[in-house]
Structures are given as structure tokens and as C-alpha cells.
Design a binder for this molecule. Structure first.
Ligand SMILES: *Cc1c(COP(=O)(O)O)cnc(C)c1O
Length: 341
């Protein structure tokens, strides 16, 4: 009986079948376009996301950083995005340092916003006192709002509002495939109208590292400059890309199991004293609940071999993934019962 590690879906370890695929992969020099795995992966992701091209990068953070650099021009350009989004809370200020972006953080419910919210954030064109509105960035699913799936109609309205104002659009798809599996909407429909979008292989997909940023051939050509600049141009990256290809073949449909496990966890949590959660709000693999003492709760759970993350003065996050099965969820619930009693 090992640890039940619900800290994040980044905690997955490559399975032995994935390791075999990686070990046997034919590889080459990635930055000379000679790695067959990376070439295949980029073509596959471009098609999946309905884009012309894609580039393989070491991390999702680098996808966001390069995308912001592609869209934001020097001279006071502004990005409109949710205040809890990853580029604001977890990229070391990169969009400011690397792209020179002004950020317009939206404080709207559930990590999502509407076309009207975008319109309300627009600066007046030609106003020399204001930053210049340039980019809208969305997170599918919303991480810090509990893995919510942007409804397709809402995405389309946001795209239309941004386009009407001449803005670029970027989708942080760290958990895009969770949204696809939960909603049944194909990835390419969710990314329609976006200039750039990316997929992470290290979250629920269970690969050890890597992400792919997709967009027009022109934007991805330009992205290669920044990949080079940041030291993200690689060599025999096919060892890693083979893991990502394996994940696309074998670890997408099974995300439904993670969602079912998260729903069971949420329903169990709702029964516990001192815990506040709406189980119906859990749509994918992220479970966020309220408690008076998140740090204390997590410390006591840790003593019972269950790991969750305190993400604020009142909030705890648990994330399901392929290394946590239904039986492990029951063990987590038993530990929670003891700790909350
Ligand atoms: C994890 C995550 C990222 C960053 O991905 P890494 O591969 O860890 O760099 C970006 N956005 C969201 C929403 C994430 O959850």
C-alpha cells in the first residue's frame, strides 16, 4: 500500500509500457528536424488541434512564454486573462520579463470569462494613455478554479469578441484532453479561432516531460527562434516524444477514469464535517474544497500516506491521475474520515 499522491497530475511516473516505447524509439537530432518521433508528434498535435504546425518544447510553461512573446509587441501591449491563470501565478513573471506584457487580470467566477468581460477590458484604440489591448488567453481546463471546462459556445463568443477587436487568442491547453474527454467536443473545435494552443504531456497524459505548441506555419517558424533563444532546441528528444506519442495512443480515453475517481472523491468529501464542496462542480480531474486549516489538514493526511496540496488560506486541491485508482480513492476517503472526525 503506497502513497496516494493527489498533489497534482504532474506526479505520474511513466508506465513500463511507455518506458519500453521510449527505450525502443528511433531518434535523431531534433533541432535539425531529424528526429522521427518529434516530427510525428508535432504533425499529430497540429492535426489534433486543427493548426498548420506545431513545435515540441520541454514544458508547458515554455509554450506559454513563447506564445506571449509571439503575440505581444514591444511598446505596452496588454494581455487579457483570468487572474488565477498560470502565466500570472506560476511563471516567475515571465510574460513581463520575456515578452514585456502588461497583464489585465479578470476576476470572474470559475476561472472563465465571457465575451462581455473581454469587451469590458478592451482599451480604447488610439488612446496614448492606455496600454494596447493585444491578446486574450484562456486556460482549458481552468486549473485553480477546479478543472472547469469552458463550454464551446462561451469559447466561440470570446473568440468572436477578441477577433472583432483585432486581438490575438491563445489557449493554455495543459489539460485540454481532459476537457475533450469530459465534454465529447473534439480538441480542434475548442481551439477554432485561436492563433496558438498547446497540449501538455506531463499532466494527466502521464509522460515524463514535454509539450507541443501549435499555430500557423508562420507563427511556429517564429516560435523556433525563441525555442533556440531559450535553449529549448533539443537533440535526441525522440526518447521523450515517444512517451508523448504513447500517451496520445493509450492515455487519452482513460482520462474518463480520473474524472470518475474525482467525482467519487468529491461526493465523499461533501459528507465530511468541516469540508465545503459542491460535488456537482467537479467536471474533470481537479477537486478543490474549502477547509479552515488547509496546511494542518494536509499535514495530518500526509501522516496517513495521502498527499494533497494546500492552495490558499482556505482551499485544498486534490488531482486524480493514472497512478491513482478507485481503490486508492477509497483509501484517501478513509484517511479523510479519520482526519476530519
Ligand atoms: C502545469 C500547467 C502549466 C505549465 O506546464 P509545465 O509543463 O508544468 O511547465 C501551464 N498551465 C497550466 C494551466 C498548468 O496546469
Amino acid at each position: 500500500m503506497g502513497l496516494v499522491n493527489l498533489y497534482s497530475d504532474t506526479q505520474t511516473r511513466p508506465t513500463s509500457a511507455m518506458r519500453t516505447a521510449m527505450a525502443e524509439a528511433e531518434v535523431g537530432d531534433e533541432q535539425r528536424f531529424e528526429d522521427p518521433q518529434v516530427t510525428a508528434l508535432c504533425a499529430r498535435v497540429a492535426e489534433l488541434l486543427g493548426m498548420e504546425a506545431a513545435v515540441f518544447l520541454p514544458s508547458g510553461t515554455m509554450c506559454n512564454e513563447i506564445a506571449f512573446r509571439l503575440h505581444i509587441r514591444p511598446g505596452g501591449d496588454e494581455a487579457i486573462l483570468h487572474r488565477t491563470s498560470h502565466p500570472i501565478i506560476a511563471e516567475a513573471g515571465g510574460p513581463a520579463a520575456f515578452a514585456g506584457a502588461m497583464m489585465y487580470p479578470l476576476d470572474t467566477p470559475l476561472g472563465m470569462f465571457t465575451a462581455d468581460d473581454v469587451r469590458g477590458a478592451l482599451r480604447r484604440p488610439g488612446d496614448r494613455y492606455s496600454p494596447r489591448s493585444r491578446l486574450v488567453s484562456v486556460e482549458q481546463t481552468t486549473n485553480m478554479a477546479g478543472g472547469r471546462v469552458w463550454p464551446l459556445a462561451q469559447l466561440r463568443d470570446v473568440v468572436a469578441a477578441a477577433r472583432e477587436a483585432g486581438l490575438r487568442l491563445h489557449m493554455d491547453g495543459a489539460r485540454l484532453m481532459n476537457a475533450v474527454v469530459a465534454s465529447g467536443v473534439p480538441a480542434s473545435e475548442m481551439t477554432a479561432g485561436f492563433d496558438t494552443a498547446w497540449l501538455d504531456f506531463t499532466k494527466g497524459l502521464g509522460a515524463p516531460l514535454g509539450a507541443c505548441l501549435a499555430g500557423s506555419a508562420e507563427l511556429i517558424d517564429e516560435a523556433w527562434r525563441y525555442k533556440q533563444m531559450l535553449g529549448g532546441a533539443l537533440r535526441q528528444a525522440g526518447i521523450v516524444a515517444a512517451g508523448a506519442l504513447y500517451a496520445l495512443d493509450h492515455h487519452v480515453d482513460r482520462l474518463a477514469e480520473d474524472h470518475a475517481n474525482a467525482a467519487v472523491l468529491a461526493r465523499g468529501l461533501a459528507e465530511l464535517p468541516g469540508v465545503t464542496i459542491d460535488p456537482d462542480a467537479v467536471e474533470t480531474n481537479i477537486v478543490i474544497f474549502e477547509h479552515d486549516d488547509p496546511e494542518g489538514l494536509c499535514a495530518r493526511l500526509r501522516e496517513q500516506d495521502v498527499v494533497m496540496g494546500a492552495i490558499g488560506p482556505r482551499r485544498v486541491r486534490a488531482v486524480t491521475h493514472l497512478d491513482v485508482d478507485a481503490e486508492a480513492i477509497q483509501r484517501a476517503l478513509h484517511a479523510l474520515e479519520r482526519v476530519c472526525a
